[in-house]
Design a protein around this ligand. Structure first.
Ligand code: PMV
Length: 313
């Protein structure tokens, strides 16, 4: 059996994070500059059925049978074996690497799962359909997020801009005019699970207020899709600002995120918002090509830890 490599991109949520967990639509796009990679090699000296997982960036170097049911890498491997109904695979070694920053709202967990599922299923001679890859990655997302919407595994599996409603087939749409986003990292790691859990606690306490905010976010997402399909960049930017204001109301922004968002706007961006779980991680800002340098410089000046540019098309 030859070695098999599979990779999966990062992603950012453009509109609708958190509200998507409660049934509202959301829009996400792949970020192709970063990726997770899974490499599967036959383990010549391994006893049949043995699987070794190495993921140096998270300090993992262990055999599958030593890993708990809650370990997301092990869960991804077990999900494929169970889907293919294989109890005793030929021994193999899986190595996982990623250039996607962890806990930053860029979908690193889902990308790792998608890459693992693709590499192992191909190695075992039964590559799975995108639909199944996404479904298995979704099962693993539950370990990362608690109650995930499924948007991360969907956009990352299909590697296209998606309009997503929980429990429904994904919709793709036309980007009339490609646009440039800067993605800037606060440098504050923020596990999505915590923010998602806090939003749930808030919703349980005051469901009427939260539902009203989620509904307003849903309306923004619908309008944003229309503006993207029309190529109205100013309209998209304004809706990003509005979405950020609503995310502040459910307390998932942070002083660091707000500082970067304000700085981008002051430097001439068309709009800016946090992206993903919030509280830390990344913000995104829509810029026209001529203001990329000035917005980048301003973000650096107010403490952004990493900035990169991606083009949505
Ligand atoms: O933090 P991220 O980018 O993985 O995104 C989380 C998005 C949420 O809407 C907050 C949760 C979800 O499962 O959709």
């Amino acid at each position: 059996m030859p070695a098999i490599t599979a990779s999966a991109p990062g992603k950012v949520i453009l509109f609708g994070e958190h509200a998507v967990v409660y049934g509202q639509p959301s829009i996400a796009v792949p970020v192709l500059q970063v990726a997770a990679k899974a490499i599967v090699n036959p383990w010549i000296k391994g006893v049949a059925g043995s699987v070794h997982i190495g993921a140096p960036q998270v300090g993992m170097d262990a055999n599958l049978d030593r890993l708990s049911a809650n370990d997301p890498l092990a869960a991804a491997v077990r999900a494929v074996l169970s889907e293919l109904k294989i109890d005793q695979p030929p021994a193999f070694k899986l190595r996982v690497t990623s250039t996607i920053p962890l806990a930053a709202g860029l979908g690193s967990g889902a990308a790792v799962s998608v890459a693992i599922v693709r590499a192992i299923s191909a190695f075992l001679g039964s590559p799975l359909s995108d639909e199944l890859v996404s479904a298995l990655a979704f099962e693993v997302e539950k370990l990362h997020h608690g109650t995930p919407s499924g948007i991360d595994n969907s956009v990352i599996t299909y590697a296209k801009p998606v309009y997503f409603i929980k429990g429904q087939p994904i919709q793709t749409f036309r980007v009339a005019q490609p646009f440039t986003l800067l993605i800037a990292d606060t440098g504050v790691p923020s596990p999505t699970r915590v923010a998602v859990g806090d939003v749930r606690a808030g919703w349980e306490k005051d469901s009427e207020r939260y539902e009203a905010i989620f509904k307003s976010i849903g309306e923004i997402v619908q309008k944003a899709r229309q503006e993207i399909e029309r190529g109205n960049l100013e309209g998209i930017g304004k809706l990003m600002d509005d979405n950020h204001a609503l995310l502040q109301q459910i307390d998932v922004s942070s002083p660091d995120l707000d500082r970067l968002v304000d700085a981008a706007r002051q430097a001439g961006a068309l709009g800016a918002k946090l992206s993903g779980g919030g509280r830390g991680g990344n913000m995104i800002t829509l810029v026209d090509e001529k203001s990329v340098d000035q917005v980048t410089a301003k973000l650096q000046a107010v403490g952004a830890k990493g900035i990169f540019k991606t083009i949505v098309q």
